[in-house]
Design a protein around this ligand. Structure first.
Ligand code: SF4
Length: 458
């Protein structure tokens, strides 16, 4: 059954979310064990709840009261993009995997076999894409540093261990492996001491991206322990916070008990002379339309932080030029700088969510064409692949056939940044490793891409 033929009728429409949020409105998360409660409240059909139960054995599922009440439009049933964004869907695993999960979960005696099947399915879903484990985790004095990734010379990614969940989980999340209760959690640092030592040894790093999960799930006091030590590192000029909290729980900046304190912390970072960039993940214009989201953005911007908007292009969620045009316009109106349209990564349920590069380029261009000039800060579609960030600038027709025009926006090797190259056009290719590079492409580009194609395909 396709997602659009599943029924979820009879549910409550989303609330207006227009009134002032109540101070201290309580955050409540819902997971697989709450599916009956959600289904009864919003009228999910029995087959839908079974699907959620089954797929969430393998992939993480988490939603919250704000998403349920104010973002999902239950009148649109399971085809609603915000439902697709947060609820596991039939088709995210193969039919054979689903059958096996259904069979093994029916009998408690099969529990050990079910565990084995779940592990095997997860392993096939490329849980750590783009060489994150093999190539990005830095080593200092012979010891690998958990909780850091260093891919581009000037930027280090920092994963505080207390920020490795999110207010809700995106079904397409490329970091889904962080959320499956794996005791061998790869990217998580209990405190910033390792980061600070690493920065002292690498003065070229000017930019620290604090990410997860979502660092904004931490209390202000906890977040402070991770951010303030960075202010003593003279070489760090920009602190970025990667977050979807403005979309999934804007109350974090408006009415949570320590909402005001977090804004004071942002002000302190700005007052230190650093750039504070809030890298906000918005997948759909509806996420910006609520009053709490608008208020959160106004309050964040009043601290001097700059908010950038970025998201992947995802089938069933936002694979429509009008949606992207509306998203970038809504961002511009709210003072958010449109930044990246990413291509869905080759991990997890990519088969379900992927949009071929040819279509992605058309959607980007159609959405971009009628944007006001100030919104044309956005770049895309971009693959965050093993050798670097590769933009698909368009398709060109030549006497030798059709080609994708590609460009290295960012690269492990700084000498490659900005370099254009080409690959044979394909209507179906959805990731770098599926492309055939032009034999005339610069040798360094071919070496960088070919050297990493296996990692991307792994
Ligand atoms: S907010 Fe980011 S890290 Fe969290 S589930 Fe969504 S994509 Fe993944």
């Amino acid at each position: 059954m396709t997602p659009t033929s599943q029924t979820a009728g009879g549910g409550r429409p989303p609330g207006p979310a227009d009134g002032p949020p109540r101070r201290g409105e309580r955050f409540r998360a819902f997971g697989p064990r709450h599916i009956d409660e959600i289904a009864d409240r919003y009228g999910l059909a029995p087959d839908v709840r079974e699907t959620v139960r089954r797929i969430s054995l393998v992939l993480p599922f988490r939603v919250n009261g704000y998403v349920l009440e104010h973002l999902i439009d239950w009148d649109r049933g399971t085809a609603d993009p915000l439902f697709q964004l947060t609820f596991p869907q039939r088709g995210m695993l193969t039919a054979e995997d689903e059958r096996q999960l259904a069979k093994l979960s029916a009998d408690p005696a099969d529990k050990p076999l079910l565990r084995e099947a779940v592990t095997a399915i997860r392993d096939r879903l490329n849980p750590h894409p783009s060489g994150q484990q093999q190539l990005n985790v830095p080593v200092q004095e012979g010891v690998s540093l958990p909780g850091l990734q260093h891919k581009y010379r000037e930027t280090v990614l920092y994963f505080p261990s207390q920020g490795q969940t999110c207010h809700a989980y995106c079904t397409y999340c490329f970091r889904w492996a962080q959320f499956i209760g794996d005791a061998d959690l790869r990217f998580a640092a209990p405190d910033p001491s390792g980061l600070i030592r690493y920065l002292a040894a690498h003065p070229d790093v000017h930019d620290v991206l604090v990410t997860g999960g979502d660092p904004m799930v931490m209390t202000t006091e906890r977040l402070r322990t991770h951010l303030e030590p960075l202010l003593d590192v003279e070489t760090v000029r920009t602190i970025r916070i990667g977050t979807k909290s403005v979309a999934y729980w804007p109350q974090r900046f408006v009415s949570d008990q320590d909402a005001d304190e977090v804004l004071r912390l942002f002000e302190k970072v700005v007052a230190s002379g650093r750039q504070l960039a809030v890298m906000a993940h918005f997948s759909h214009p509806r996420e910006l339309a609520t009053d709490p989201a608008q208020r959160a953005l106004r309050r964040i911007r009043a601290t001097g932080a700059v908010v950038y908007g970025q998201a992947p292009l995802i089938a069933h969620v936002n694979d429509d030029a009008e949606v992207w045009n509306g998203l970038w316009r809504a961002e511009l109106a709210a003072g958010v700088v449109p930044y990246y349209m990413f291509v869905e990564r080759d991990t997890g349920p990519q088969e379900y969510f992927k949009v071929p590069l040819a279509r992605a380029a058309r959607i980007f261009q159609d959405a971009y064409r009628t944007l006001p000039g100030l919104a044309r800060t956005v770049r895309g579609p971009v693959m965050s692949a093993t050798p670097g960030k590769v933009a698909v600038d368009g398709v060109e027709e030549t006497r030798q056939g059709r080609w994708f025009q590609l460009r290295m926006l960012q690269a492990r090797d700084p000498a490659l940044v900005g370099r254009p190259f080409r690959a044979r056009y394909s209507p179906d290719a959805a990731w770098l490793h599926e492309l055939e590079l032009d034999p005339q492409a610069p040798a360094e580009i071919r070496a960088a891409c070919h050297g990493h194609l296996r990692a991307d395909a792994a």
